[in-house]
Write a protein that binds this ligand. Sequence first.
Ligand code: GRF
Length: 216
Amino acid sequence: MRTPIAVFASGTGSNFQALVEHMENRETSYRIVLLVCDRPDAPVLQKAEQFGIKALALRPKDYPTKEAYEEEILGQLKTLGVKWIILAGYMRLIGRTLLQSYPQRIVNLHPSLLPAFPGKDAIAQAFRYGVKVTGVTVHLVDEGLDSGPILAQKAVSIQEGESLGRITEKIHHTEHLLYPMVVDRLVREGIIVEGRKVTWLGSASQADMGNMPEFQ
Ligand code: GRF
């Protein structure tokens, strides 16, 4: 039986699509049963419709508090038996209500090698800084901004003369390969978390996941 998961997104949804396609093409451990979106005009909602995935589109400002907004989401997650929350471009900090209901079960994808360049526009931040290597991080979500324990990372090198557009393309391509693989293994095999250190159970390891060829 596949484990029910929910994806939270606010924008384009290319990573949502990668997670759905991985699920449709393989015997994945997870099944996406809900898309949660905080922007009713976001393109990701059309993708959910196209793939026949139930979507919950909410306007946070319609709720008196963040708790009330998250309680509404939580009700749906419980009804559907959701075991993991997978953030894919969800532009909002997760609050106490969801963190306490899903301890170490909320995962985020960030387009840099954390702890470098947290927050918005991470790809451009890295580009402007002039780093020669950037990358992608998958991590657990805590109360902070892009600060939870790291599950997996994949480097992306920046060649001389490469444009921001080209680097963005390389980062997104890497995300689309890494994120579904990490989520699949996480749900299938599990982890132990001690402080900031994550140990993969089963046959998975960060080394395996970092070993995929770098996208050129
Ligand atoms: C990705 O770059 C992800 O790392 C960041 O938000 C972006 C979402 O892109 N958290 P998309 O909506 O999945 O295309």
